[in-house]
Design a protein around this ligand. Structure first.
Ligand code: SAM
Length: 251
């Protein structure tokens, strides 16, 4: 028997760092036209409220003590909904291509003949840099940015991050691991005095910012006991936040 023909399509949409006014117009239009919305834990209520009243809304991330849906279930659910003819919006915090498993979802959908499109969003590192008033790259001071995750696999980090004084490191999922992660960077040759900055709830007017160095940030962050999402930026570009107004980062 031939496989069922998918009828609907899927849009994998970046919801940005939180507030609805940091959505792209394209993302907003996709949400407004959604027949079904599958959304992650970090997506704000005001963004979900943009969906039509009749839209089927399904939470896939961890929230209120409930575990997150596994990836296989999310894949099958998207497929089932498209076969019901629904236009599915898969809404992810920030940008779907940054630690958003968009590659796996695209492969699965395309492998099943489903038309899928990615709509980018503002990633947490960009929102944090904007909020703290620092650049991620800076002519003469920072010429590359690495998006890194502080999560470990089987208790161990897989990759090493080359110490490069002219690079910025944006560390995701590091709120509870930053002490171990910083120690590891220092052991790999990063200077303990490298400027470091943590932003909780970046993009939100009530975001909180903590500034220090690679060596001091873990204790400063622990003292804040943040419970919201936190992104950490490390590198000389972040020093811009400490400069007196009107002085240049690079002479
Ligand atoms: C699974 S990753 C998803 C990243 C997302 N795709 C992005 O582009 O921002 C989740 C991590 O992103 C970071 N994050 C997401 N939203 C954030 C926000 N508003 N403020 C600070 N960090 C955020 C945190 O490090 C959090 O643990």
């Amino acid at each position: 028997m031939p496989p069922e023909a998918p009828l609907g399509r899927v849009q994998l949409v970046g919801a940005g760092p939180g507030p609805a006014d940091l959505l792209t117009v394209r993302a907003m239009r996709a949400i407004e036209g959604a027949g079904a919305l599958l959304y992650d834990a970090l997506v704000h209520e005001e963004v979900l409220a943009l969906a039509p009243a009749a839209c089927l809304k399904i939470q896939t991330g961890k929230r209120a003590g409930r575990p997150s849906m596994n990836q296989h279930t999310i894949h099958r659910l998207m497929l089932r909904l498209t076969r019901r003819g629904l236009n599915v919006v898969r809404l992810k915090g920030g940008d779907p291509s940054i630690f958003g498993r968009v590659g796996e979802e695209l492969d699965f959908l395309r492998g099943h003949g489903v038309v899928a499109e990615v709509i980018p969003g503002v990633t947490a590192a960009c929102a944090a840099a904007a909020q703290a008033g620092v650049p991620l790259t800076h002519r003469g001071a920072a010429r590359s940015v690495t998006f890194a995750t502080a999560t470990l696999e089987n208790g161990r980090a897989r990759e090493t991050f080359r110490a490069d004084p002219a690079a910025t490191l944006a560390i995701y999922m590091g709120r509870d691991q930053i002490a171990a992660f910083s120690a590891r960077l220092i052991a790999e040759g990063h200077s303990p005095s490298t400027p470091a900055l943590a932003v909780e709830n970046a993009g939100d007017p009530a975001a909180a910012t903590v500034r220090g160095t690679l060596a001091t940030l873990p204790a400063l962050l622990a003292a804040e006991a943040f419970d919201g999402p936190v992104v950490v930026l490390v590198g000389e570009a972040v020093r811009a936040a400490e400069r007196p107004a009107g002085t240049a980062l690079v002479a």
